[in-house]
Design a protein around this ligand. Structure first.
Ligand code: V47
Length: 366
């Protein structure tokens, strides 16, 4: 295999990977430029196996999108809409609680809750939906509000980011999901989401959250108009932030879905692009414990293959995914845990049901 890798011009990278040496941006460029996907998989699997062995994690989770009303209206998003749109909705505190109550018989351990930047819901609403979920199921871990929403909540409450997070924690917030990162490049933000907080601000809020003891995730939305250079700047910024605070749990590459967006002239991502982003992330983000293959966006079959290209986590049962489905995803809105276990086992890995913080709930090794 060493000769195979060397013949593809990746001998130095193999040496670095084996020696646990950090990859440079130039190495990252070489990896993205390499079209031999098996060579990338071989390299990424070394890191994956070193960090996580054969374990492949999944969680029993539930998504709740409390409102799609949004003042940012990013060009790549088919979920957010204006208040007077026919598609606009907002859930009352009672409706959010009902979503959780309706699934009390299922072994769900996490609610993943995000929404648009609503122009007039008060800060108390966000506090109440957290408290409401905890009332219905006190042991539920609530992973909610991206850094973009946290910035918005700080603004409407007049509190600092620190105080906002503290108040939300007191109401039941457990951790932050990784959305809203998009691509940090100011060029991409200007062209696709000009109203969104900057990449620097997104990183600052993540680091503040980490310093307050929260774990968070990170994402990158790929497969639209970003360049390889911009992807590598994004990954470098995440790696640097993680060096500082070590609070990120997982990185999730998000495959752009163009349908119903203002960028609908673009095509869906290809399988090679999906696998490349998983593999390069695994190799480049040497300080991130986990890389997720998000089956909602790349499909369960590609997510299964991604387990041999650096990914060690399939996310979870999800239930009622809306954001990607508004943008034309043809996957189901939920997946059964039995299916996840089967997909992982057939990939030759060990299915491990986890909680949000990667504590093991059950190892399905029989
Ligand atoms: O923030 C928006 C992205 C994100 C589109 O933290 C789109 O574990 C593709 O962040 N095509 C929401 N992507 C999803 C997300 C996430 C998902 C699963 C797990 C975790 C985690 C986080 O989806 C948004 C935005 O970056 N997005 N529109 C689209 N058309």
């Amino acid at each position: 295999m060493e000769k195979y890798i060397a013949d593809r011009g990746l001998a130095t990278i193999l040496e670095k990977v084996n020696g646990e040496e950090r990859l440079s941006v130039e190495d990252g460029r070489k990896l993205y430029e390499c079209n031999d996907i098996l060579a990338l998989g071989y390299l990424a699997d070394i890191v994956r196996t070193r960090k996580n062995g054969d374990n492949t994690y999944f969680i029993y989770n539930q998504h709740i999108n409390y409102s799609n009303i949004c003042t940012n209206l990013c060009k790549f998003c088919a979920f957010g809409c204006e208040k007077d749109s026919d598609l606009a909705y907002e859930m009352s505190v009672e409706e959010v609680k009902k979503k959780v109550r309706d699934r009390l018989s299922e072994p769900i351990t996490e609610v993943h809750m995000v929404g648009g930047l609503h122009p007039d819901l008060p800060f108390e609403y966000y506090v109440e939906i957290l408290k409401g979920i905890k009332e219905v199921k006190p042991e539920m871990h609530i992973q909610a509000f991206t850094c973009v929403e946290i910035a918005h909540l700080a603004e409407i409450s007049g509190k600092s980011i620190e105080k906002t997070l503290e108040t939300l924690r007191d109401a039941g917030l457990g951790s932050l999901p990784g959305g809203g990162a998009e691509v940090f490049s100011p060029r991409i933000r200007e062209l696709t989401c000009e109203k969104k907080i900057s990449g620097d601000k997104w990183l600052d809020i993540s680091k503040i959250a980490h310093r307050q003891g929260f774990n968070t995730n990170a994402t990158m939305l790929y497969g639209h108009i970003e360049t390889v250079e911009e992807r590598l700047q994004h990954l470098s910024a995440l790696r640097e932030a993680q060096d500082e605070t070590n609070g990120f749990l997982a990185f999730i590459p998000l495959a752009f879905h163009p349908q119903n967006t203002k960028m609908s002239e673009l095509s869906r991502t290809t399988g090679i692009n999906d696998l490349k982003n998983v593999a390069v992330a695994r190799l480049f983000l040497d300080n991130f414990p986990h890389i997720k293959a998000y089956w909602v966006m790349i499909g369960p079959k590609m997510a299964q293959i991604a387990l041999s290209f650096g990914a060690d986590d399939m996310d979870g049962t999800v239930k009622e995914e809306v954001i990607t489905h508004m943008a034309g995803a043809d996957t189901d809105q939920a997946i059964g845990s039995k299916t996840l276990v089967r997909l992982i086992k057939e990939a030759g890995r060990i299915p491990v049901q986890r909680d949000t913080l990667y504590n093991i709930i059950e190892v399905h090794d029989k």
